[in-house]
Design a protein around this ligand. Structure first.
Ligand SMILES: NC(=O)c1ccc[n+]([C@@H]2O[C@H](COP(=O)([O-])OP(=O)(O)OC[C@H]3O[C@@H](n4cnc5c(N)ncnc54)[C@H](OP(=O)(O)O)[C@@H]3O)[C@@H](O)[C@H]2O)c1
Length: 350
C-alpha cells in the first residue's frame, strides 16, 4: 500500500517531536515535509531541533529541510494531510492558509475547537463526531481539532460512566505536567519545588470542550452534554503525564465494583478497527491504593490508555477516582494520529 504523504507543522516543538517519532514507522503515513518558525527554516531537521523527548531521534527524517510554516507557499511537496502542533496564538490563521490550498488539517491548537462544524475528536470517546465533516464546507479541505490535553484525558473514563449511569455534575482538580506548557513554557525556577494553582484559560477549556466531546451528534450539529463541570487546574513538577482527581455525581446510584467493571470493559470503534495508535485497553483500572502515578503509568498501552485508581463512592454518594494520562500522547500527538487513522479508515482522507 502507498502511504499517504504528510507534513508536520511545529515539528521542532514538544508535540511536534512526538509526531515525528510516532510517524517514523507508521503504516499509513509518511512525513515528507516539516515546518516550524522562520528561526528554524532552511536548516536540516536534525540541526533545527533540540531533541528532548525520551525516544530515539528519527534518523530517517533528519535530512528534511525545515520550511517556514507560517508561509503556506513554502510547502513545495505534495501532501495529503497536515498535522499541526503550532502554538495556539498563531495556529488559526496559518492552518486556514493550508485548508484554502486544499490540504486537510488535523490540529492540536485551540482556535476553532468550539466551532459547530469542526469535529473535536478524542476517537476512543466520540468516533461518530467525524460525521460533522460531511457538513463542513467553508474551506477547500477539512479541519479536525483535538481537545486540550486535560480534556483528552478526562473524557476517557467519563464516556462509559455517562453511557451507563448518566452524569449530573463533575468536579475535577488537575495536577498537570510541565511539558503541557511546551518546551519553553515554564522557567525551572518557577516550577521546581513548587505547585502553581493556575493555568491560563485551562479551566474554561476543560469545561466547554468536555461537554462538546461528550455531546450527541444530531444531524449536522453536536448537542453538548448537559452535566455541570467545575475544574481547577494546577501545574506540578512532573515532566510528563497529567493526574486528575474526579468527583462525579451520577444520575443512577452505583457501587464501586460496577464502576470498575464498566470502565474495564469499555471499547469503541477504534478498537474494533484495530487502529495502529489505539490502545487495546482504553481504561486500565488498578486496585493498588497508591496508583495511578504519572511516572509509572503515563506510558501504559503506548501512552494512549488512561490509568484509573482509588475508585470508591464517597459519603455523599459521588464516584471518586484518580486518573493519569500522557499529555503529549493521549493529550496531543497520539490523539491526532489516532484521529487521522480513523479518518483514513472511514474514508475521509484517501
Ligand atoms: N504540550 C502539550 O502537552 C500539548 C497538549 C495538547 C495540545 N498542545 C498544543 O499543541 C501545540 C504545540 O504545543 P507544544 O507544547 O509542542 O509547543 P512548543 O514546544 O512551544 O513548540 C512550538 C512549535 O511551533 C513552532 N512555531 C512557533 N512559532 C511559530 C510561528 N510563528 N510560525 C511557525 N511555527 C512556529 C516552533 O518552531 P521553532 O522551534 O522554530 O520555534 C515549534 O516547532 C500548541 O497549540 C499547544 O497548545 C500541547
Amino acid at each position: 500500500m502507498d502511504k499517504l504523504k504528510v507534513a508536520v507543522l511545529g515539528a521542532t516543538g514538544m508535540a511536534g517531536q512526538w509526531f515525528m517519532s510516532l510517524l517514523e514507522e507508521h503504516p499509513y503515513f509518511e512525513v515528507v515535509a516539516v515546518g516550524a518558525s522562520k528561526k528554524s527554516a532552511g536548516k536540516k531537521y536534525r540541526e533545527a531541533v533540540k531533541w528532548i523527548i525520551p525516544k530515539p531521534f528519527p534518523e530517517k527524517y533528519g535530512d528534511l529541510v525545515v520550511f517556514n510554516a507560517s508561509n503556506a507557499d513554502e510547502l513545495k511537496e505534495h501532501v495529503d494531510l497536515i498535522f499541526s502542533a503550532l502554538p495556539s496564538e498563531v495556529a488559526g490563521d496559518i492552518e486556514i492558509k493550508y485548508l484554502k490550498k486544499g490540504i486537510n488539517v488535523v490540529s492540536n491548537a485551540s482556535p476553532f475547537r468550539l466551532e459547530p462544524d469542526v469535529p473535536l475528536m478524542n476517537p476512543d470517546v466520540n468516533p461518530d463526531h467525524l460525521e460533522l465533516l460531511k457538513y463542513q464546507k467553508r474551506w477547500g479541505a477539512k479541519l479536525v481539532k483535538n481537545p486540550n490535553c486535560t480534556t483528552a484525558v478526562l473524557t476517557m473514563p467519563l464516556k462509559p460512566i455517562l453511557n451507563e449511569f448518566g452524569i449530573e455534575d463533575i468536579t475535577v482538580t488537575t495536577l498537570q505536567a510541565i511539558s503541557g506548557a511546551g518546551f519553553a513554557g515554564l522557567p525551572a525556577y518557577a516550577i521546581t519545588d513548587n505547585v502553581i494553582p493556575y493555568i491560563a484559560k485551562e479551566e474554561y477549556k476543560v469545561e466547554v470542550e468536555s461537554k462538546k466531546i461528550l455531546g450527541k451528534l444530531e444531524g449536522n450539529e453536536i448537542k453538548p452534554a448537559t452535566f455541570d463541570v467545575e475544574a481547577t487546574a494546577t501545574r506540578v513538577p512532573v515532566l510528563d503525564g497529567h493526574t486528575e482527581v474526579l468527583y462525579i455525581k451520577t444520575r443512577r446510584q452505583v457501587d464501586a465494583e460496577l464502576v470498575k467493571d464498566v470502565l474495564r470493559s469499555y471499547r469503541s470503534r477504534v478498537q474494533e478497527l484495530n487502529l495502529p495508535t489505539a490502545p487495546r485497553r482504553p481504561l486500565i483500572v488498578m486496585e493498588e491504593v497508591d496508583r495511578p502515578q504519572p511516572r509509572l503509568d503515563r506510558l501504559n498501552d503506548k501512552g494512549m490508555a488512561i490509568t484509573v485508581g482509588r475508585i470508591d463512592i464517597t459519603a455523599k454518594g459521588r464516584v471518586r477516582m484518580v486518573i493519569v494520562g500522557h499529555n503529549l500522547l493521549r493529550g496531543a500527538s497520539g490523539v491526532s494520529l489516532e484521529t487521522a487513522e480513523l479518518m483514513y479508515k472511514e474514508g475521509y482522507i484517501t
